[in-house]
Design a protein around this ligand. Structure first.
Ligand SMILES: Cc1ncc(COP(=O)(O)O)c(C=O)c1O
Length: 404
């Protein structure tokens, strides 16, 4: 296969070599069950303790506040369902219009089950309507769940402010920090956040492992009922190799935080600036100075996102789009729609998400190709005339929004 330039790190990341090395013994000789009485199994428990310590350190949490799960989706479900089960008298959830389906679809499901759900709006820059959020919280609200950073635009929400607000109103606050952990510093020791979800495969650990932070003293029902693992909060024999991998990834992320916020950010800024300067009718989606350091979401007017991705793919560039194709129809993502991005632009929104493994040469290569790709697509597109587009989001309904 030709060299791949991977700028789709919000979808998933490459497993770090250090992570793979740390995991290997647990896929080969160290296969014991950490709950076993014998030394062979019992020795494995120490490595789980170390991993828990590493994840806790990355977040400024206590080790006993970390519960290992199978993914970000499980962490989100465990948090929200666990709070609802522990507070049966309260039937209202506050969330946002731009959450990942791991929260959004769950809330829609709960709505069908009789809960009431308020989805807080965002503005054109993807910023949360804080007044609406505050006004939404009532005596019946069991949990507020607002993401730390948006997966499509990288926009960071004021979660500390929201956590403080929730605390003052006596409501539990959960944040889906799947895209933020490892990219921006988080210190839960000086925070009012009650629950926080993360996912290993977004920070160079393997897919299929995540964690949920549960602040000490939070009243929550277990997510998987079974054995005594994870202090009874999640039964089931531990995914030892992946947990060890997540621990190593957390340690690496802590050490690379500075690189993420200097070199990666510089490369992202360069990519974005050059592409916007060289491509007419293009603009940035999301508040420029309130974003993750690795994410850039750019709209190219009058072109289809899927066509952009296919052409970039043929050049070895892996990016992501704000619209998705099902049976030939295209629909902008719920995030672009919530932000009120016009159909002509939401349709062609493209996300570039970098990691510490991207190089200057790769970024230069992308900068050299993207403006040409857009120019070419506009020449051949049936939508190249501005008036052939409609601003009605109803056009092309039937697609599915991107979900990572
Ligand atoms: C913001 C956000 N939340 C949750 C998830 C789900 O994580 P996982 O794939 O580990 O279930 C994702 C994955 O893309 C995400 O971006």
């Amino acid at each position: 296969m030709e060299k791949v330039i991977y700028v789709d790190n919000n979808a998933t990341t490459r497993v770090a070599d250090e992570v793979k090395e740390a995991m290997l013994p647990f896929l080969t000789e160290l296969y014991g069950n950490p709950s076993s009485m014998h030394t062979f199994g019992g020795q494995v428990a120490k490595y789980i303790r170390d991993a828990r310590e590493n994840v806790a350190q990355l977040l400024g949490a206590r080790p006993e506040e970390i519960v290992f799960t199978s993914c970000g989706t499980e962490s989100d479900n465990a948090a929200i369902m666990g709070i609802l089960r522990a507070n049966r008298g309260k039937r209202h959830i506050v969330t946002s219009r731009v959450e990942h389906p791991a929260v959004r679809s769950l809330c829609k499901y709960l709505e069908n089950e009789g809960y009431s759900v308020t989805e807080v709006a965002v503005d054109r820059e993807g910023l949360l309507d804080m007044q609406m959020l505050e006004d939404s919280i009532t005596d019946n609200t069991a949990v507020v769940s607002i993401m730390y950073a948006n997966n499509e635009t990288g926009v960071i929400f004021p979660v500390e402010e929201i956590a403080g607000l929730c605390k003052s109103k006596g409501v539990v606050f959960h944040t889906d920090a799947v895209q933020a952990v490892g990219k921006v510093p988080i210190d839960l020791s000086r925070s009012n956040i009650d629950l926080l979800s993360l996912s290993g495969h977004k920070l160079h650990a393997p897919k299929g492992v995540g964690a949920l932070y549960i602040r000490r003293g939070t009243s929550i029902s277990p997510c998987l009922i079974g054995g005594h693992q994870e202090r009874g909060r999640r039964g089931g024999t531990e995914n030892v190799a992946s947990i060890v991998g997540l621990g190593t990834a957390a340690d690496l992320a802590k050490r690379n935080m500075n690189v993420e916020n200097t070199r990666v950010k510089r490369l992202r800024d360069k990519l974005e600036k050059e592409i916007l300067a060289k491509t007419p009718d293009s603009f940035l989606n999301g508040k420029k100075d309130q974003r993750l350091p690795n994410t850039s979401n750019i709209s190219f007017e009058y072109v289809e996102g899927e066509a952009i991705l296919l052409m970039l793919d043929s050049l070895g560039i892996c990016a992501s789009s704000g619209s998705a194709c099902t049976s030939g129809s295209l629909e902008p993502s719920h995030v672009m729609r919530a932000m009120g991005i016009p159909f002509t632009a939401a349709h062609g929104s493209t996300r570039f998400s970098l990691s510490i493994y991207n190089t200057e040469e790769e970024i230069d290569y992308i900068i050299g190709r993207v403006p040409k790709v857009i120019k070419r697509l506009r020449e051949i597109s049936p939508f190249n005339k501005k008036d052939s587009f409609t601003s009605d989001f109803g056009v092309g309904l039937g697609g599915h929004p991107r979900s990572h």
